[in-house]
Design a protein around this ligand. Structure first.
Ligand code: SAM
Ligand code: DTB
Ligand code: SF4
Length: 363
């Protein structure tokens, strides 16, 4: 079945506000048609350049203008990054996501070092993601050639509410960076934050902006705001777990093939709450006792939770086999010449081949 790319705010709000059990059932059903419900992808965040950011994102402890307790750091060395990536791999993570507190990437020595970090982690047979702020098309291409798997750049909220939270760059700037990544074979990771004081219509608006991208992002992180003292959003009330479950379920329904990541805010969620998010279609988490600068559950706690729920961490670059029920249905579809239900984004082998071919053409 072709994916729907013309979702409206009204349609999405209607889904978000369905009776809770109906919403959960629909989301879980769609999740099972497109994904293995017992597999969850595990990423480890690594803040390679912390603090001192010139932007004014109202939620962010790394913005230089807010007086938080954060200790900033210059760009880490390639060796430090390699050591951290090895630790992440040993603890069961298949992806490292490197974050830098930059407004945008600047060509030069620091970017060259980041490219070397990407190549180094790739050689460890781990997926590499970066979130470095705004990118030009050329920078996106250079990251692709270095072997980047995914680029994270969030829309954060609806276009209308975004303006209440960030003034130093616009929604279109974000869409342009996502567009530049899309021109390469790097997969797109883009999502947002709930609990910043936005309305349900703003949540739906963000999902309209993401789901009408064609193709839809391969990965959508849903963050619950982590309120940090010193930031303008420090006094926000914790987002109710019900809202988080409803947001995950709605995201799953409007973007069936996307990896939905249960992101920031898990330290405040019970295991039961997180289990409902997985049931509703979340199939990725950030693991490790730190997100970029704020706390996250210990790896051992997460592994205990996975064991309890019978969840398995997804292997790097794994092309998942189809659940049997879907495979049976697909063989029927395929004989009738229809597109199979189960599909996965490009994986390492295809991407490396493409990169090699491009390099050859350029030479
Ligand atoms: N500087 C880059 C940028 O803004 O694109 C990359 C790093 S930035 C910290 C990545 C994302 O983390 C933000 O877009 C936002 O969605 C999320 N984030 C930052 N602070 C957060 C907080 N306090 N709570 C929840 N999510 C947060
Ligand atoms: C995303 O959507 N969430 C992650 C990742 N992408 C980079 C970051 C969460 C940051 C939470 C606040 C902090 O630890 O500084
Ligand atoms: Fe800077 Fe990114 Fe934080 Fe905004 S979210 S202040 S761009 S580090």
């Amino acid at each position: 079945m072709a994916l729907k790319h013309d979702w409206t705010k009204e349609e999405i709000l209607e889904i978000y506000n369905k009776p809770f059990m109906e919403l959960l059932y629909e989301a879980a059903t769609i999740h099972r048609e497109h994904h293995d419900p017992n597999t969850v992808q595990v990423s480890t965040l690594l803040s390679i350049k912390t603090g001192g950011c010139p932007e004014d994102c109202g939620y962010c402890p790394q913005a230089a203008r807010y007086h938080t307790d954060l200790e900033g750091n210059d760009l880490m060395s390639v060796n430090q990054v390699k050591a951290q990536a090895l630790r992440a791999k040993a603890s069961g993570s298949s992806r490292v996501c490197m974050g830098a507190a930059w407004r945008n990437v600047k060509d030069g020595e620091e970017f060259d070092n980041v490219l070397e970090m990407v190549r180094t982690i790739n050689k460890l047979d781990m997926e590499v993601c970066c979130t470095l702020g705004m990118l030009t098309e050329n920078q996106a291409e250079r990251l692709a050639e270095a072997g980047l798997y995914a680029y994270n750049h969030n829309l954060d909220s609806s276009e209308e509410y975004y303006k209440e939270v960030i003034s130093t760059r616009g929604y279109q700037d974000r869409l342009d960076t996502i567009g530049n990544v899309r021109k390469t074979n790097v997969t797109v990771c883009s999502g947002g934050i709930i609990g910043m004081g936005e309305s349900e219509a703003d949540r739906a608006g963000m999902l309209v902006a993401l789901s009408t991208l064609n193709p839809q992002p391969e990965s959508v992180p849903i963050n619950a705001l982590v309120p940090v003292e010193g930031t303008p959003l420090a006094e926000q009330q914790q987002v109710p777990i019900w809202d988080m479950i409803k947001m995950v379920a709605t995201t799953r329904i409007v973007m069936p093939e996307t990896q939905v990541r249960l992101s920031a805010g898990r330290t405040q969620m019970s295991r039961e709450g997180q289990a409902m998010c997985f049931f509703a279609g979340a199939n990725s988490i950030f693991a490790g006792d730190k997100l970029l600068t704020t706390p996250n559950p210990d790896v051992s706690e997460d592994m205990e939770m996975f064991k309890m729920l019978g969840l398995n961490p997804q292997k790097a670059f794994e092309k998942k086999s189809q659940p049997e029920s879907v495979a049976a249905e697909n063989s029927q579809f395929q004989s009738q010449g229809e597109k199979p239900k189960w599909s996965r984004p490009a994986h390492k082998i295809d991407r490396n081949l493409e990169a090699q071919q491009k390099a050859k053409t350029k030479a």
